[in-house]
Design a binder for this molecule. Structure first.
Ligand code: KIV
Ligand code: ZN
Length: 513
């Protein structure tokens, strides 16, 4: 019998801390449902004390998700822990994850606390958390730069207080596999009562070592890994869930543990997170990159045709890559549409939402004969925008672009119950559209990123555009999809503008005391 390796997904918390990756409550719920479908053990749904919106999002997930533990992060103070406790209350299984920094640099400069005070806060936070749930996790932030004797002391104290998961983070992505494995091994050996708890690791990717360090920790006895879909996270990101899960599964000759994940849900989860956050997946990314299973070179192709395992160590279908399936077309009815959405895990809340979505599907099917799963996912991403979030809405667009002429855009936008028109010239059709939009919106934001990807193959594919805007230190990503990439670009820009208007800035739990 192998040990169980707990997969703790923090896409909705640490992943969301990445500038521009913030998600709405509905988007978070869609991701949480997909994580549950993938059979992730623990979903860290957010940081409840950040704002009423974050609290609601966690509660919403706690009310909905049944098969995964729902967790909220809390700094080691009474207010945070109680907010986390309230937020996870409806969950069938709820966890509070409390943390405090333990490295000299953090204790002295950020917390301005003595080591004794840090131990006191940690113990007290665990005790408060136990008033809400018996599933309490404690993390020593910046464990990588913490003194080993002090870590042993803090972990001993929180285990005695009742913490059942002990997480050892490499907060700044500083470690190397051999060192990290050794640190975890020593902690497990030295901390009294270490056999009563699950040891966990949480690694950042600043030196590109997050997955390697996490796996080294697992080889030293860690039985929980904290990770994110696509490795989303602040700076260079967190350890990537898909890489960890597939490494453990593929190298069962090495690992003495296994996960319970349905790995065929990995690619759908990756696509969902990428399309919601607007963070594209690089083509050569392991497991979920578009080229991860593409055998370009003639030699490889020949080998793979003769015997797949000559060059492939995993099967594409085991991680959820399928041939783009033609699912629906122009003549498909409402029932076929609804049931395909259900198979994709997209929940339709009301008859009205179904009608609207179906009307948009018909519009798309008129332009594009073959509708793939990815098209439906993009279509439904647009559907989740609520009227309160739709401050600006595209009414019409006319673009003139001709060789030798200056591109020109004329645009009509609905905002606050009135229609406003605007026109502009630009260096290209997209530039003209964005200038025209900015004349109406007057957002004074800075365009940080404009990227276009095709959702499926073929020249009739929908283009999926991401626009990243920054204003007053806030960063938002907007997405738009359409068979016309200029229209997709305008939709993405408007989506980003709406996020700037409607979503408040995020509070970073690690940047505050
Ligand atoms: O990186 C980190 O230390 C964290 C903790 C809050 C667990 O995200
Ligand atoms: Zn982190």
């Amino acid at each position: 019998m192998k040990d169980h390796l707990v997969i703790f997904d923090t896409t909705l918390r640490d992943g969301e801390q990445s500038p521009g990756a913030s998600m709405t409550k509905d988007e978070k719920l869609r991701v949480a449902r997909q994580l549950e479908r993938m059979r992730v053990d623990v979903i860290e749904a957010g940081f409840a004390a950040a704002s009423p919106g974050d609290f609601d999002a966690i509660r919403n997930i706690a009310e909905t998700v049944k098969d995964s533990t729902v967790c909220s992060l809390a700094r080691a103070n009474e207010h945070d822990v109680r907010r986390a406790g309230e937020a996870i209350k409806p969950a069938q299984r709820g966890r509070i994850h409390t943390f405090i920094a333990t490295s000299p640099i953090h204790m002295e400069n950020k917390l301005r606390m003595t080591p004794d005070q840090v131990v006191e806060h940690a113990v007290q936070a665990v005790k408060w958390a136990l008033e809400y749930t018996d599933d309490v996790e404690f993390s020593a932030e910046d464990a990588v730069r913490s003194d080993m004797d002090f870590l042993v002391r803090v972990f001993d104290a929180v285990i005695q207080a009742g913490a059942s998961t002990i997480n050892v983070p490499d907060t700044v992505g500083y470690s190397l596999p051999a060192l990290w494995g050794e640190r975890i091994r020593q902690l497990i050996e030295r901390v009294p009562g270490s056999g009563k708890v699950v040891w966990s690791t949480h690694c950042h990717n600043d030196l590109g070592m997050a997955v390697a360090n996490s796996l080294a920790a697992v080889m030293s006895g860690a039985r929980q890994v904290e990770c994110t879909i696509n490795g989303l996270g602040e700076r260079a990101g967190n350890a990537s869930l898909e890489e960890i899960v597939m490494a453990v599964r593929t190298r069962q000759d090495i690992f003495s543990c296994e996960t319970r994940l349905d790995t065929t849900q990995i690619v759908p989860a990756s696509k969902l997170v990428s399309s919601i956050t607007g963070f594209p997946v690089q083509p050569n990314k392991a497991i979920v990159g578009a080229n991860a299973f593409a055998h370009e070179s003639g030699i490889h192709q020949d080998g793979v045709i003769k015997h797949r395992e000559t060059y492939e160590i995993m099967r594409a279908q085991d991680v959820g890559w399928s041939q783009n399936k033609l699912v629906l077309g122009k003549h498909s009815g409402r029932n076929a549409f609804k049931s395909r959405l259900a198979e994709l895990g997209i929940v339709i809340e009301s008859e009205e939402q179904l009608n609207q979505a179906f009307a948009r599907f018909k519009e798309l099917a008129d332009k594009k004969h073959e509708i793939f799963d990815e098209d439906l996912q993009a279509l439904m991403s647009d559907e989740t925008v609520t009227p309160e979030q739709e401050h600006f809405k595209l009414v019409s667009l006319r673009v003139a672009s001709e060789t030798g002429e200056i591109p020109h855009a004329r645009i009509t936008i609905a905002s606050g119950g009135t229609e406003r028109k605007s026109e502009a010239d630009g260096d290209g059709p997209v530039d003209a559209c964005f200038k025209a939009l900015e004349r109406v919106a007057d957002s004074r934001s800075e365009l940080l990123l404009f990227s276009v990807n095709s959702i499926t193959g073929g020249t009739d594919a929908q283009g999926e555009v991401t626009v990243r805007l920054a204003k007053d230190g806030r960063v938002v990503n907007g997405q738009g999809a359409d068979t016309d990439i200029v229209v997709a670009s305008v939709k993405a820009y408007i989506n980003a503008l709406n996020k700037l208007v409607s979503s408040p800035g995020k509070m970073n739990p690690q940047a505050q005391v």
